[in-house]
Design a protein around this ligand. Structure first.
Ligand code: HEC
Length: 190
C-alpha cells in the first residue's frame, strides 16, 4: 500500500476519475475491518482452557493429585485395555504390545514398546489419560490412570508388585531407554 512508503502518497490504484479522499478511504477500509470483532466465537473461560491443558512434562509437571497401585491397575487393564492389548499387554492384531523388547532396540529385531522405547514414564500417564481406551478416551479417573500405568510398568519389570504411583513417584521411574535419544541437531555442524 502506498502508506507503507513512509509518506502519504496517492494510492497507486486510484483512478483519476475518483475523488482522492474517497479513494484513500476505500483503500484503508480493509485495515479498519480487521480491528472490528467478527461477531462469532466466545472468550474461553479458565475451565475451558483447563480442559485442553492436560499435557504432562517429562519431569512430572502437570500430574494431577491421585494414586493407584499395580493391583488396582490390573483390574483396570482387564476391564478396559486387555481386549485390544492382550491380557498381559502382549498386543493383538487390534493394538500394539505394551510390554517386552527391552534391550532389543540395537539388535536386528528391535521391538518398540512402552518398556523398551519410551524415555519417560510420565508420558505413559499423559498418553493413557488423553487417548486410551481407544474407544473411550479421557473416560478414566486420575486414580485409574495412575493404577494402569503402574500395572504396565510392572508388566515390564520396572516396578515391584506392591508399587503405588502418584505425582511424586511416577517421575522417579527411570525408563530403560532414557538415554537412548539424542538431538538430530547435535550431529549437524554450524
Ligand atoms: C479398542 C482398542 C483399544 C483399547 C480398548 C485400548 N487401546 Fe491402547 N491402543 C490401541 C491402538 C489401536 C493403539 C495404537 C494407536 C496409535 O498408534 O495411534 C493403542 C496404543 C496404546 C499405547 C501406546 C503404545 C505405543 O507404544 O505406541 C498405550 C500406552 C496404550 N494404548 C494403553 C492403553 C491402555 C492403558 C488401555 C486401557 C485403559 C488401552 N490402551 C485400551 C487400541 C486400544
Amino acid at each position: 500500500m502506498a502508506l507503507l512508503s513512509g509518506k502519504l502518497t496517492r494510492p497507486g490504484r486510484c483512478s483519476l476519475r475518483f475523488e482522492w479522499r474517497l479513494c484513500l478511504a476505500l483503500s484503508l477500509a480493509p485495515v479498519a475491518a480487521v480491528a472490528q470483532p467478527y461477531g462469532f466465537g466466545e472468550v474461553a473461560t479458565p475451565e475451558m482452557i483447563a480442559g485442553w491443558n492436560i499435557d504432562i512434562r517429562p519431569d512430572g509437571t502437570g500430574l494431577p493429585p491421585g494414586q493407584g497401585s499395580v493391583g488396582e491397575g490390573e483390574q483396570v487393564f482387564r476391564q478396559s485395555c486387555a481386549a485390544c492389548h492382550g491380557l498381559h499387554g502382549e498386543g493383538t492384531t487390534a493394538a500394539p504390545a505394551l510390554v517386552g523388547g527391552i534391550g532389543s532396540l540395537a539388535t536386528a529385531k528391535p521391538r518398540r514398546t512402552v518398556g523398551s522405547y519410551w524415555p519417560y514414564a510420565t508420558t505413559l500417564f499423559d498418553y493413557i489419560r488423553r487417548a486410551m481406551p481407544f474407544n473411550a478416551p479421557q473416560s478414566l479417573s486420575a486414580d485409574q490412570v495412575y493404577a494402569v500405568s503402574a500395572y504396565i510398568l510392572n508388566l515390564n519389570g520396572l516396578l515391584p508388585d506392591d508399587a503405588v504411583l502418584n505425582a511424586t513417584a511416577l517421575p522417579k521411574v527411570v525408563m530403560p531407554n532414557r538415554g537412548g535419544f539424542r538431538s538430530v541437531y547435535q550431529s549437524v555442524g554450524p
